[in-house]
Ligand binder design. Sequence first.
Ligand SMILES: C[S@@+](CC[C@H](N)C(=O)[O-])C[C@H]1O[C@@H](n2cnc3c(N)ncnc32)[C@H](O)[C@@H]1O
Length: 627
Amino acid sequence: MFKHSVKVPRLYKVAAVIAKEVSDGKGSIKQLVYEKQKKHPNIKALYALVSTLYQRQGEIDRLLKRSQFLEKEPRSDIWLSKILIVELLWGRKTLPGQSKPENTVRAYEQIFKAHLSDEKPTEIVISQGTFKPRYVRVNSLALTQNEAVEGFREEGWTLSKFLDKTNYKEFLNKIALLNEDEFMVDIHIPNLLIFPPKTEFYRHPAYKNGSLILQDKASCLPVHILAPPPGSKVLDMCAAPGMKTTHLAAAINDDGTVWAVERDKRRFETLDKIVLSSGAKCVKTVNKDVLTCNAEDFPGVEYVLVDPSCTGSGMSDRVEANQMAGDQNRLEKLTGFQIKILRSALTRYPDVKRVVYSTCSIYPEENEDVVRQVLETNYNFKLVPAQQYVGDVWQNFGSSEYGDIGKFCLYAKPEEDLTNGFFVAVFERLKEGEENLFFNTRIFNFKKHVQAKERRRNRKFDRGVNEDGEENVDVQEQGQLLEKKSEDESLVETDQTKIAETETAHEDAANGDQSRKKKKKKKFEEAPRISEEDICAEVEVEKKKKKQKKKEVETIVEEHIEPPLTKKRKSKSNEVAVEATEENTEMITADEVKAKKKSKHSKSENVETDLVVQVTPKKKKRHKDDC
Ligand SMILES: C[S@@+](CC[C@H](N)C(=O)[O-])C[C@H]1O[C@@H](n2cnc3c(N)ncnc32)[C@H](O)[C@@H]1O
């Protein structure tokens, strides 16, 4: 008679498969848990096992090493063993069955516990962005922070105090070590509370009545940094689902006006619901494409938040981010749209004092590079260091590849800030006598490149060029010419000629050879243009393959910098803009989700907000949510 071996409980087997797939980069824990629910319906238990495994990864690896488990048990399945260790040490604290893997792990229980007691508590490894606390913003229009803290204490929560605002590292450590019943107050964002990961609030009455808003810390940075005072007139250009709109209303204490513009009909409905539940009276929701709006639509607007559609790479797990990175085409379309919308914020509203540009993306193409391109053609705004709004302890900024632009911009990073990935840049209107240091900087930055190119060109054309009788183009004149241009964003669409001419002029100034200027102008007209492509290829040369860069530049040139568009070009440009914004996905509310979940689980999740928990991609375009 054969003796049938005792089977490992399916829960552990499925959890081990998910853990391995996460490690192989096949998806996020959440996504894979939902995918595997047919194999095991207890989603909560699966999620708890796998996420604890990743939270405790450092400890588990050390336990395995110190106990020499892998050497002594070479036939054991590593992922299953890890899941069983999680259950034994941090889960149910017991293993229910008598299967071989369970018995093997159980045999090490005392050894593991002995090694565990040697671990310093601060050694908890915050692994690869998987540890994310639950952030809860107190809607200050409904409740004060103190009232919320007291309320939670009465419910049995313990406030874990952290007072040293200068020690960000220690603060993060403390968050990582929060006990199940502890919560903290954030040191950067007022009215933001921090709970252990996965703390559920969906049934909490204060969440249901809009007094508590489930909003990641990084997503609170843009409004905190825009900082409109009470009484302000504020424009939220890309508003749905409305996390930042309600934050803006709270920032101005419901005193003033917040215009919240959302182009997509379905998302607009969600926006309306969220604004309503927040109790804000100062918000005017507008269902329009903000690119069709101007100063008459928002009279006297002083502060603008530009939080456009983006890849959402900051919200994604590794895999989705990688997939998105491969989707170069979409990235290009999005950056074109982002440049357009930021540029309209900086050019259409004459009373605007401060503009914040934010994305939930970690790609410089959507961040520093958008800022760079917009700054280079704007002479009314300057970029200001975002750090001043979060204090010296902030540690993540833009890429040094962008020089001071990088330094001035701010990132939130999942592994380091325990938040979603986010980018913020702040612009302020120039005061008299001030200048935008980055205006036309590429002309200076790429002067060497241009000179080299020009030398090559001279070699080619010098023989046929008449030295005399051509018009002089002066640097200053070029500056004046640009300044006289309309402030409208259309400036840049007709601007390439000016930029190229200015480059030529800079060349001339540097050479001090006035007599050659006319000749150069002629050469400029006759010779192949110093194109946007030439310029950008120099910036990006370290970053991208030449081929990809060429594509990107062409898109940007088509959409923004080309000389007045021909009819054909115009229609193409419009198509691009439409496509870029059509990648929105439907959003449905928590109740709707519950109903849907009963029938079928969607793989997509709303990555930006927990309040609106799920998105369903539109039928034709299957892209990630616009967060
Ligand atoms: C990143 S989401 C905004 C998130 C929002 N700020 C929040 O905090 O809840 C971008 C939103 O901009 C909207 N959008 C895209 N293009 C737009 C346009 N041209 N005009 C107005 N809204 C637009 C998208 O439909 C999407 O809802």
